[in-house]
Design a protein around this ligand. Sequence first.
Ligand code: FAD
Length: 378
Amino acid sequence: MAALLGASAVLFRALPARVEVCAPGAGGMNSAPRRKRVAIIGAGPAGLAAAWDLRYAADIDVTVFEKSKGVFGRAATRTRHGARLDPGANYFRTDLPDIASMVLSQLPADDLVEIAGDIDVFDRFGTISAGDPSLNGEKKWTYRQGINTLGKLLAAATQCEIVFGTKVGGIQRISRSRSWEVVDEGNRRCGVFDAILLALPAPQAMALLPADASVCAGALAPATYQSQWSFTFAFDGTASRWPGNAYALINEDRQHEFAWVSRENAKPGRMPEGMLVVMAQMQPGWSLERFHSDAGELAREVSNALAEFFGWNSAAFHWFDSQRWKYSLPTGRADTDQLRAMEATGLYVAGDAVVGKGRVAQALQSGLDVARRIRDSA
Ligand SMILES: Cc1cc2nc3c(=O)[nH]c(=O)nc-3n(C[C@H](O)[C@H](O)[C@H](O)COP(=O)(O)OP(=O)(O)OC[C@H]3O[C@@H](n4cnc5c(N)ncnc54)[C@H](O)[C@@H]3O)c2cc1C
């Protein structure tokens, strides 16, 4: 270890006896010319927005580590039975000027589409009423190919290396060089960096911290998350009718088993003809009780509940898809003052943990904000 890190290097947390290099391109202490090296952990909205912002910073090299095979985290898209589905974030807004500029002016917008139709509300008894007119006056955006297109566009526009399929297992501070080392879950070394940006849900970020980073852990602790099951069904479009012209229905009092129900056909160019594709995102309490239940059994329960909710004669569906989110939306916010104080050590945090609510636009903005501070400190 001493040979790899240099004789003066001291890790705050001891590295395991056996270490390997996880990503050859990710570099080590001896490989790079002296440009500032930044590691971003998580290629979700916050991490990619930060990487995108840093693309023209001539004196900064960025490496993004992403555990999955694709980009955009909980703003996910997948193809099932010829339909493009978004099992996490349903749409995003451009009410923040930086995000409007990014999405509408700076990135390609050929595939960008507005979702037509209001978001109406329902109560614990399933009684539906009109939604907030001012919120319904704001545009709801997605892409024809799915919401994760925004992540793909950001990734394509960055100049940085994105290391997919690498789950970071820990970060350790090298005290005298004021650097940080990243290791993957197999304890293989992934490189040494001048700054680290943690851009992932707070509980996952906390799991990466060294034992002596208790201030950072304490600052992240208030950012707790709820868990959620998300189901998508394809129903026969003639037998199962969506009431009215709304795009979606949201439960306002949080007492109904459905948190959110949407007509995915409202997203242009996504769904097979003749089918009504409905997404049901379940209430956290319902989801937690059934977190380890079988998805197929739950799908039958949920489709029955949808049939009852909408007054259909049959709950039969052609196919379903499901996603279980352990960390879906934040229910608290990290202590941002304490996190800002940590930045002097080269440790930064972005994402909905610092926003305190689950919104793609705000997570993007937090990535842009942190990237500016990283640039300023270079
Ligand atoms: C069911 C659901 C519905 C939602 N609806 C909406 C909506 O309609 N509109 C809206 O604006 N927002 C919505 N959101 C919230 C939105 O998706 C999040 O707020 C946003 O994705 C947060 O971005 P982030 O970058 O902070 O984190 P994430 O999107 O979670 O990205 C973090 C990334 O880090 C990666 N990662 C995690 N651990 C590691 C590790 N150890 N090593 C490497 N990589 C790692 C993950 O794979 C992921 O790609 C919804 C979310 C869910 C789950």
